[in-house]
Design a binder for this molecule. Structure first.
Ligand SMILES: Nc1nc2c(c(=O)[nH]1)N[C@H]1C(S)=C(S)[C@@H](COP(=O)(O)OP(=O)(O)OC[C@H]3O[C@@H](n4cnc5c(=O)[nH]c(N)nc54)[C@H](O)[C@@H]3O)O[C@H]1N2
Ligand SMILES: Nc1nc2c(c(=O)[nH]1)N[C@H]1C(S)=C(S)[C@@H](COP(=O)(O)OP(=O)(O)OC[C@H]3O[C@@H](n4cnc5c(=O)[nH]c(N)nc54)[C@H](O)[C@@H]3O)O[C@H]1N2
Ligand SMILES: [Mo]
Length: 768
């Protein structure tokens, strides 16, 4: 893991921080240089050319980097993106992890290495088995691996002793057969990375507008006149979004960034594909930068709503979209009544903004005609995340900003197919309509009782209720909260199975037995029965399109995720099971035919997905302003106002991504835009807090989190972090994920969505 069991850094990790200038612009020439360097290091010249020209191309593969869509009609031009290129280099590396590697390194040895070291070893090349009591993984045949899992399934007292986790890179086809396997076995235990990611968005939007997905397209953003970007760092995590923002800007949009940190990518963009981006100043993005305190966005949105209401009362008929409110919304009066209690000076105190900044924002919202609200983890990973997102939605509803060109709600997804996986049924509580349709199609009986989400799965493992844990991608032990507690929970399983491309910490923290099943990635050629297979994915804006890898796999022993699931299902459920697993495995078109018959919106799937830009799934609010809620209306939410309180002498810590990582995969140690290089064990603290706490820049500290546990006040500790004085609001701190995951308490979750609260951890700093 990224820390020793007592919370210190790993021996192989660099510990000296090099300070650089904090950047005020993103991309440009350095981005190209870094991408090429990493590409050449990992892939060599031939694969670098082969991959980078195929990225997000019509006949190429979907970038495993993020879920930002391609601009329709433009997929023939390579859209350059530094972090997309790094993601590809990481996957398409020529290095490989062979059985000889595992013979040389015991699991105990591997467990002392950092995540960075593990992933640098290269692509997993052979199925490996760790037998009970063994010290080393040893090679195993695919047939034996499937038999080991099938035997363990057979030994379960109930199908609910199995847990099937999914990370968001899995294709639609693989996700569909994977959930079909879980439900054929008889369990809905299908936790996924989304439970830690945009679950709060799905929960809020589901109640408010009847569908948990965003309502805008790229052309909408380009046509907007006001774009609010709250709790998102697109310069690092969705770099291709910057090109869209630049276009919107050139079309006259005003951009407002709402973020505790001055993120370079929100300030200025130098497009490396344009001469102006190479030698010029680039394009200014955010017109206004609102440096809010962590967890204060709900108060800000409510303050804006109050000012809108006051303006409407002063000049009736000029602010609200009355036709929309009367015809399409419910709960408007209740919500407006709630605004009586709002005091703008209090909102200023909560957010850390000035009254003038809040009034300015409200004026912008009042006078703009096409407003888009974008957000990501800065809103979703709070205790009151669902209420916060619902509040932002309320503001847009007041102005009728949904279901019209240039306006709408834009939760920006993370993993490249996390949205598609959910559409395919990766969810512990899929609706009856899905289960009934699937049962009718296949002649199975899916269980109806809801399964475990991610946090519930950890609790069940800790309670000894889980026999088999299977991970379809991802890095469960590092991505989840409360690392040591989660690790102990995983160790209680009889068997842990990881379907993976790269070595990670979840291969070193195992059940009594463990399997590593190496799989093909997006960039790899996938040939079954002599026919090249293609998979499909759904991006953040509900566009479904094909992806085909073309690189020769690093080893002949890799299998596709679809093949792995179908062969396991055959071994576990028998050749005469009603689902024709081998037929599905033999041709992915057959899987798409089934998806078409089970899931609405996939009519003529195989035909439409072959069109150059794929096709867009239905979205009632966006398509025709209809709302698939129980009352058929868009609903105003009326949550009590909440924000994050900062206890005396304590700080609120957000855990976030550096510019040089993909979730738990650390690409390198250069958080270039924030000017922090060489060491990831850092904590960013405001100069004002440093003097108040008697600490100083460069000092080594332990970070201790404090929370109310089952046994009263509990703490967690990580050691050896270096303080970096940084421009963050007073009372707020920031440090990298996953190094700080041990600090996030398992019991600290968002209401309704059960998402771990990774952006508001109460901490104190103790000099080391
Ligand atoms: N290169 C790269 N790309 C990625 C990923 C990656 O790790 N690396 N991860 C992918 C995944 S799975 C996801 S979910 C996305 C994540 O994309 P982001 O959500 O951009 O990721 P984070 O690094 O968690 O950044 C959170 C941002 O929100 C701000 N923030 C934190 N708390 C608050 C708050 O209370 N209010 C406001 N207004 N702002 C706040 C932080 O300062 C930071 O700028 O990126 C995806 N793309
Ligand atoms: N403290 C804190 N915790 C967080 C977050 C945070 O902001 N703060 N963010 C949360 C979020 S938003 C998310 S999405 C989760 C991420 O949680 P996960 O999705 O579980 O984690 P990743 O690091 O993306 O998974 C990386 C691993 O996936 C495997 N992999 C990569 N590509 C493929 C593939 O094509 N197929 C298969 N089978 N395997 C593949 C590789 O082995 C790699 O090691 O973490 C969450 N945890
Ligand atoms: Mo995510």
């Amino acid at each position: 893991m990224s820390h020793t069991p007592d919370g210190g850094p790993r021996v192989d990790e660099p510990t000296d921080v090099h300070r650089k200038h904090v950047k005020t612009w993103a991309a440009g020439v350095p981005a190209v240089a870094v991408a090429l360097k990493r590409g050449l290091e990992q892939m060599g010249p031939v694969r670098t050319v082969q991959t980078l020209v195929k990225l997000n191309q019509r006949d190429g593969f979907d970038c495993p980097g993020c879920a930002w869509p391609e601009t329709p009609g433009h997929r023939k031009h390579a859209e350059f993106c530094e972090n997309g290129a790094k993601a590809v280099a990481e996957e398409a590396t020529k290095r490989s992890v062979t059985p000889e590697f595992f013979a040389a390194h015991s699991v105990e040895d591997l467990a002392t290495r950092s995540g960075y070291w593990l992933s640098q070893q290269g692509r997993l090349a052979h199925p490996m088995y760790l037998a009970p009591g063994d010290t080393h993984y040893r090679p195993v045949s695919w047939d034996d691996a499937n038999r080991i899992i099938a035997d363990e399934f057979a030994a379960m007292a109930s199908p609910d002793e199995a847990v099937f986790y999914t990370s968001g890179r899995t294709s639609n086809e693989a996700a569909f057969v994977y959930q079909l396997l879980a439900r054929s076995l008889g369990t809905n235990n299908l936790p996924d990375c989304s439970n830690m990611c945009h679950e709060s968005s799905g929960a809020a939007l589901g109640t408010s507008i009847g569908i948990g997905k965003g309502s805008v397209t790229v052309p909408d953003l380009e046509a907007a006149d006001l774009i609010l970007i709250a709790g998102q760092n697109p310069g690092t995590n969705h770099p291709r979004m910057l090109a869209t923002l630049e276009k919107a800007k050139n079309n006259g949009a005003r951009i407002v960034a709402i973020n505790p940190l001055p993120e370079a990518g929100l300030m200025r963009f130098k497009d490396p594909q344009k001469i102006g981006g190479v030698i010029g100043e680039g394009t200014k993005l955010a017109d206004d930068y609102l440096q809010v305190r962590l967890g204060s966005d709900m108060a800000l949105f409510r303050g804006v709503a109050r000012l809108l209401r006051d303006a409407e009362q002063a000049n009736p008929g000029t602010v609200f979209d009355h036709e929309f409110l009367t015809g399409s919304c419910a709960g408007t009066e209740d919500y407006l009544a709630l605004l009586d209690d709002v005091d703008i000076d209090e909102v200023a105190a909560i957010t850390g903004l000035t009254r003038a900044q809040i009034v300015d924002l409200a004026d912008a919202v009042r006078t703009s005609q096409r407003i888009v609200l974008c957000w990501a983890m800065g809103l979703t990973q709070h205790r009151h995340a669902v209420a916060t997102i619902a509040e932002g939605t309320n503001v847009l509803l007041l102005r009728g900003m949904i279901g019209k060109v240039g306006a709408g709600l834009c939760p920006v997804r993370g993993h490249s197919n996390v949205q598609g996986d959910r559409t395919m049924g990766i969810f512990e509580k899929m609706p009856e309509s899905f289960l009934a349709a699937q049962d009718a199609e296949f002649g199975i009986v899916s269980p109806r009782e809801h399964g475990y989400d991610t946090v519930a799965a950890i609790n069940a493992m800790a309670a000894g209720k889980v026999r088999v844990f299977m991970g379809m991608g991802g890095n469960f032990v590092s991505a989840t909260p409360d690392t040591e507690a989660t690790a102990d929970a995983l160790r209680r399983c009889a068997l842990t199975v990881q379907v993976s491309t790269k070595l990670n910490e979840s291969h070193t923290v195992t059940g009594r037995a463990a399997l590593i099943l190496p799989t093909l990635g997006r960039t790899d050629r996938d040939v079954i029965n002599g026919v090249a297979q293609r998979v499909s994915v759904e991006d953040s804006m509900s566009v479904v399109h094909l992806s085909r890898g073309s690189l020769p796999p690093v080893s002949a022993d890799l299998r596709s995720e679809v093949a792995i699931v179908c062969d396991l299902a055959t071994a576990a459920l028998g050749a005469d099971h009603p689902v024709p697993w081998q037929e599905l495995k033999g041709n992915y078109d057959a899987i798409r035919d089934r998806i078409e018959r089970v899931i609405p919106g996939f009519e003529d799937f195989n035909i439409r997905v072959r069109r150059s830009d794929g096709f867009v799934l239905p979205h009632p609010p966006r398509d025709d302003r209809t709302f698939d809620t129980p009352n058929g209306k868009a609903n105003f939410a009326t949550y009590p106002l909440e924000w994050v309180h900062i206890p005396e002498g304590r700080l609120i810590l957000q855990t976030l991504r550096s510019h040089d990582q993909y979730n738990t995969t650390v690409y390198g140690h250069d958080d270039r835009y924030r000017g922090i290089k060489g060491n990831r064990h850092v904590v960013m603290v405001s100069p004002a807090d440093l003097s108040a706490l008697g600490l100083h820049d460069g000092q080594r500290v332990d970070i201790v989190s404090e929370f109310e546990g089952e046994n009263g006040l509990e703490e967690r500790r990580v050691r050896g972090f270096e303080i970096v004085a940084y421009d963050t609001p007073q009372g707020n701190a920031a440090a990298y994920y996953p190094e700080t995951n041990p600090l996030v308490p398992l019991g600290s979750v968002a209401k309704e969505s059960n998402t771990p609260v990774s952006k508001a951890v109460v901490i104190r700093l103790e000099p080391a």
